[in-house]
Design a protein around this ligand. Structure first.
Ligand code: NAP
Length: 368
């Protein structure tokens, strides 16, 4: 049995990964070792074939004893540990959730429903570093993979509506604390007239934004009852890094010879763990909508094409419907008034599953 070390298993992405590995019986196929900074030396949780003690995630010797390492620990850890392992000629496979190595030419960004061939060919020629893609990029390619495969996309924009969980567990909790802060105010007795009451509430709630007790240490700003149209650091060209990733990572995953331009505005919204995206897609040629729908729906088993009708859209093309599932609903598929070769679409995905943990889990299976 291969020895597989898992680092970052108790973090948010790591917990989802462990849950999925259990659901799929993956622990039966490996001898697993859990590594941690905070819990080293303690008794490991009871997973099948799991080494009984938690190992030290900074101990190079113990890490190098593994055939495969999966890290959900974060970019700083990767930047610190990965070069040291390779410098000491560790020949194992490194599978990572962090972005640190994504654009490294020796690494493959993994999303096997889209680039299985690239991963298989990489494994055959001895590639050893495999990195999960940015959550919105992976979710976009899961939803629209059929159009890219058919070579139909000339360029596109992706306007994202990203959940709090993408910023980490503490941010997710802070969003809930902000909501709780509002709910305390909501219990106030106000006038009976609906319009007046609504406006009074609005004043009470938005007045809270400037309350010194309002919890905003993580986001720095209110997210509940608001939104934040900036994610990650600024790039020289004025994009945020999250926006920069769309074109760069998507083209790397697709293995394009000629770059497909992709750009948009990435926005944090008060959803918990599902990212949504609105797309304007410039097609290379006009294609009838039925063909487009089939290409989208048949790209992989997880896409759920939602008819462009109001009721079903509000039911199924939502974070509420998608959260905690592997589904990738895609809807609002229609030609735009801009021209017959302009397509509108909207998609959702659980950013902790297909957006983070699942591509890593599936890469482990391919490696095994
Ligand atoms: P996280 O929840 O902050 O966990 C990271 C580490 O924090 C844990 O592995 C653990 O390491 C340590 N930790 C300390 N106290 C803890 C506690 N009370 N409970 C749990 N863990 C604790 O990190 P994450 O959000 O999963 O992100 C990990 C990596 O995945 C990052 O590189 C991130 O960019 C990437 N990623 C994240 C998302 C996302 O949605 N968050 C999506 C895609 C990719 P020790 O056991 O070693 O102490």
């Amino acid at each position: 049995m291969h020895k597989v070390g898992i680092i970052g298993w108790r973090g948010m992405v790591g917990s989802v990964l462990m849950e999925r590995m259990q659901e799929e019986g993956d622990f039966n196929k490996i001898k697993s070792y859990l590594f941690s900074g905070g819990l080293k030396g303690e008794k490991a949780p009871d997973y099948t074939n799991c080494h009984e003690t938690i190992l030290n995630s900074d101990n190079l010797e113990e890490l190098m004893d593994m055939d495969i390492l999966i890290s959900c620990q974060g970019g700083d850890y990767t930047k610190k540990i990965h070069p040291q392992l390779r410098a000491q000629n560790w020949q194992g496979i490194w599978i990572d959730a962090a972005s640190a190595l994504r654009m490294d030419e020796k690494a493959i960004i993994v999303l096997d429903p889209v680039n299985k061939n690239q991963i298989e060919q990489g494994l055959n020629r001895g590639v050893k570093d495999f990195v999960g893609g940015n959550c919105t990029v992976s979710l976009m390619l899961m939803g629209l993979g059929g159009l890219f495969k058919e070579g139909l996309v000339e360029w596109m924009t992706s306007m994202t509506y990203q959940a709090a969980s993408g910023a980490g567990a503490r941010n997710m909790i802070e969003l809930l604390e902000q909501m709780q802060f509002f709910s305390q105010k909501y219990s106030s007795q106000l006038t009976a007239n609906a319009a007046t009451t609504a406006l009074e509430y609005e004043k009470l709630m938005t007045g809270s934004f400037n309350d010194s007790q309002f919890p905003k240490e993580q986001f720095g700003h209110p997210l509940a009852l608001s939104l934040l149209p900036w994610i990650d650091v600024k790039m020289e060209n004025g994009q945020s890094k999250e926006e920069w990733k769309a074109q760069n990572e998507a083209n790397k995953i697709l293995g394009t010879n000629k770059t497909i331009p992709i750009d948009g505005t990435c926005v944090r919204v008060a959803a918990l763990r599902c990212h949504s995206q609105a797309f304007t897609i410039k097609l290379k040629k006009s294609v009838d909508i039925k063909t487009i729908e089939s290409l989208i729906a048949e790209a992989n088993p997880w896409v759920e094409l939602v008819p462009n009708e109001r009721d079903i859209t509000c039911q199924k093309l939502t974070p509420a419907y998608t959260t905690g599932t592997m589904k990738i609903p895609v809807g609002r598929v229609r030609k735009m008034t801009l021209g017959d070769d302009y397509l509108n679409a909207f998609s959702i995905g659980d950013q902790l599953l297909w957006g983070a943990a699942e591509p890593l889990r599936r890469t482990l299976q391919m490696v095994l």
